[in-house]
Structure formats: structure tokens, C-alpha cells
Design a protein around this ligand. Sequence first.
Ligand SMILES: C[S@@+](CC[C@H](N)C(=O)[O-])C[C@H]1O[C@@H](n2cnc3c(N)ncnc32)[C@H](O)[C@@H]1O
Length: 245
Amino acid sequence: MNKFLNKILLGDSLEYLRELPDNSIDAVITDPPYCSGGRTASEKSMLPSKKYEQTSNTTIHRPDFIGDSKDTRAWLHWCNLWISECYRVLKDSGYFLMFTDWRQLPSTTDAVQIGELIWRGIIAWDKGRGSRAPHKGYFRHQCEYVVWATKGKCRRNLHAGPFAGCYQYPVKQTDKFHLTGKPTPLMEELVQIVPEGSIILDPFMGSGTTAVAAKMHNRNFVGFERTAVYYEIANERLQNLYIKK
Ligand SMILES: C[S@@+](CC[C@H](N)C(=O)[O-])C[C@H]1O[C@@H](n2cnc3c(N)ncnc32)[C@H](O)[C@@H]1O
């Protein structure tokens, strides 16, 4: 485990996950590529920057990332591979939290259950009214979701909880280090589902927000990231955090 503890490693998470010991992780909190952002296969296979970057925001262009162009069936199969590994490495009663959007929500809840985890609920992340609406006939796509599950029984928590079922955090450009980065305060809330000293696994670290939040709250992390530029950004964020601490 020392090879992995409090490090973000560059490469394919599936390869690394296979090296992790059984029953060694307290919680998986992750934000994999959604492979969403369109109705048709060709729309979904566009570059993430085309799918997810707001055209009104022309000043900031964040780098693209790998792995966001699978069609729904391929995505579900791939999720099954890595979620099965997460199941194996989780301790009994360990938490599994996975971000998704409205398009992929049905496939995400399927993926979690196919992976033998017990699906327990959905947490809403309300991004507020800054979210784009294509025209006045639309309901805003204002929320993303965290599908949560446990490996077997959901034990009563002694250190904290119950936890909120809905979190409201806008995306701030100054706190966004990835094309689809999550707000640090949101991740700070989520890492606190496990006590200090616990180990949190994020196989898709992106710019490292899960790791930063974990360290801010004295939790350990294990993380992987396949896109080199984001691997570097994530490690730089961690270095800056360690310097501040
Ligand atoms: C949605 S982003 C995560 C963003 C992150 N939550 C943040 O706040 O920065 C998903 C990340 O998974 C990475 N990824 C895609 N396929 C991967 C794989 N097989 N192994 C490891 N990382 C992968 C992508 O490069 C991308 O940066």
C-alpha cells in the first residue's frame, strides 16, 4: 500500500487498481469521465472541450482529457471493470460515491448495482443558476449527482453524520483546475463521510480535487490520473497545499 498512499500516479487506473490489496480502502469518491454531453454517438465522441466548455467563456480554455468518448454500452462495460475492482479493494461497509450527470444517471445506477454494491441513494449537487440553459423553453441543467452505495451493510457512523442529501456550491473559475473540475468545498464535504486517518480512493483524480480535500481534512488518499497535463496540475496543487500547511 505504501507505493500508493498519498500519491497520485500517472496511468490507467484499471492497471493500478488490480495492484491494490483487498479490503484496504475506506471510501471510493470519484468523478470518472461521464462520456455524456450529447444525444448521438457522434455528439458524445466530440472533444470534452467542445462538449463541456461554455462558448460564452472565451477567455479560459482548459486542456482536454482522455477517455470521454465511449458510447453508453461501452461506458457501462468499462464501468463494470473498474467498479468491480473498487468493490474488491473496499473494506466491508465501505462507501462508494460516483459523480454523474442527468444523461448518465440511469447507466450509473445500473453500473453501481452490476458491481455488486448496494445502491443507497442520490445526492444532488446544485450548481446554482450560473449553469447554462440553451434557450428560454428549457429547465436548467443545474444539478449534477452523486450516486452513493456501500459494500454490504451501511454502518452507523460514530464520527459524524447524518450528511446532507443536497449541496449547493457554484463553480468558481478561481477554484476550477480541470475542464470538469469539482468545487473544492463540495469535495471537502464528501471526504468527511469517513473519519480522520481513513483512506479515500479516487481512480480518476483529474486536477486532484479529491486529494486536496482529503489532505485538508486529515484523510489519506490513493489516486490515479491518465492525462499527463492534469496529473501535473494535481501534483502542483498538492505541493502548494503542503507548503501552506
Ligand atoms: C471528470 S475528470 C475528474 C475531474 C476531477 N474531479 C477534478 O476535480 O479535477 C475525469 C478524469 O479521469 C481521467 N481518466 C480517464 N480515463 C482514465 C483512466 N482509464 N485511468 C485514469 N484516469 C482516467 C481523465 O483524464 C480525467 O482527467
